[in-house]
Design a protein around this ligand. Sequence first.
Ligand code: FMN
Ligand code: SF4
Length: 644
Amino acid sequence: MVLKHVFAPGRIGTLELKNRFVLAPMGSGMAQEEMITDPFINYHVLRAKGGVGLNIVEYTAVHPTTRNANIPSLYHDCFIPGMQKLTASVHEAGGKIGVQLWHAGRQTSSKTTGQPIIAPSAIPNAVYREMPLEMSRESIQEIVEAFGDAALRARLAGFDMIELHGASGYLLNQFMSPYSNIRQDEYGGTLPNRARFAVEVIRNIKQKTGADFPVSYRITINEYVQGGLLPEDIIEVCPLLEEAGADVIHVTSGMLETVHETIAPLEKPPGFNAVFSERIKQAVRIPVIVVGRINDAAVAEDIIASGQADFVALGRTLIADPAFCRKAEEGRIDEIIKCIGCNQSCISGQRPDPEASRNYGPVCLRNPVTGREYLFTDEPAAETKRILVVGGGAAGMSAAIHLQNRGHQVTLCEKSDMLGGQLYLAGQTPSKREMAESALQMGRETGRSGVQIILNTTVDPELIDSLKPDEVIIATGSVPFIPDIPGHEHSHVKTAHDILRGETTGNRIAIIGGGLVGMEAAELLVSQGKQPIIVEMQDEVAKELVPSRKVFAKELIAKHKIPVYVQTKCISISETGITLEQTGACFELDGIDTVVIATGSKSLDNLSSIMELKGVPFHVIGDAFRPRKALEAIYEGVRVGQMI
Ligand SMILES: Cc1cc2nc3c(=O)[nH]c(=O)nc-3n(C[C@H](O)[C@H](O)[C@H](O)COP(=O)(O)O)c2cc1C
Ligand code: SF4
């Protein structure tokens, strides 16, 4: 693959950039008491070293009315020295760096800011539900000045650019949108009036920092809410921003209420905002950045080559792999740890262990040590050992790679005919192919690292005797948990894993359990033209999914009119139907030809006791220890990989 366009130099105003990749601003939670910390600096340096052309630092408070202890600030000179250290470190690493200036408006709480929250109009945000104070003209002027002052501090601190956070439902966005702005004065009503605040902010910044200091304006192309901003509005407004002095438009989509469009999960196609950035490009003469699920170098190249945007911003792609750009440039595409849009860790706040506190930034399912890589450096082992890893799922592969990288002689035995385990199985539904691909990529990485892989092999005492390992990693995963429902032994009762492995079913299928795995089975079955129904004991299906993915699970149910029985228990299974119990009443559903059990899993570990008897040191990781998610499995692999 030739990546000519995306590695061509680019320019934003006076700022020369070595390539077209931009690190998207992402709140990391790494600031402490609004100050930049060492992990914060490490995080940015690593991405600069990883080859990205421009880092944009996360949303940064311009005024005390938007302060948050875990978000950096620039509303006072006391914040300049920390920022200076950050910019100097990134410059030294060969990068360029901008900072995103931000005011939350009504999209925060007075508990967080310590003072009343403000907004263009006295309308509470649907998520925070706190009534804001409507801003007076004086208050508007104060915030305009605050943006300008913060931009000047940014320039003094050594930043190469600032970006205005005009998206995601924050203050600049609130002014622009009729959804949140019902003012009757010159800041409300017509689109140019609603854009006035943004225009004044840009002018104030340019006046204070000088015309040559580049300003990016991040804008949401569509709020996806009733009465909100639409692409037509944004196309009309961008020339006003350009005229005011913006040097680049950064196109995103959605807002807090529609975060599934902003931080879009794998159900949305890679690069989905490029059709919109293309339209913006036709409306302005300044360059355009586009963001949104650009997780593949080829997709990035296409966007730039086809002229849909001038720059591509990478968010989660650079959480998952800080070295994405360098690997792409060096042609090491298959070594990239690709973001699969699972949203399972980076925005859910899930942590694989208490050590992975917010101080280290967002965690990634594919790369659970992102942000604290310097603590997991694969240093050569003091003594080379023969290590047997049992199980080729996510945990086993992760452990094997790191142990081999550290100089051990690793043999990995897998009882099936391929590596990948449940991560691969989860990717068997049409919208989750990237999950399966990530499992396959881990398998290839395991091979590349030099691990000896033995497939179709169940590890037993004889094999252990012949391999003579110094230590054993038990990563044998889990098996489906089958509840003791009368009739579960019928031949038409299968597990969700059977379905994902491709076993055939009848046409009317009852899925018992509407969690993550049950939903995967449902998606696969409807894609095959089958008619599943879902029975779930809890009060909703897909309960453990993050909101940004739940939206798509619910869409699937609505689109295919899948009958869902919540707060319902399956109490028996017959040859042709099931009996359900809902709030104490029992009823039967007939005409069911397959029953799929998706009621969780239980650990599979037949080896610990054998190892104990043999006196061989062993470590049980992943689901074999306790059934959890891929995040924990991969993390425990990395961790054990550093321990031996
Ligand atoms: C953990 C996290 C924090 C984010 N914080 C910000 C932010 O501070 N400012 C902003 O404009 N967008 C923020 N975003 C949105 C990203 O900049 C980006 O637009 C979004 O993740 C889509 O890009 P991606 O698909 O490459 O991840 C955040 C996203 C994530 C995952
Ligand atoms: S947790 Fe999932 S969505 Fe988030 S960065 Fe990692 S792979 Fe991407």
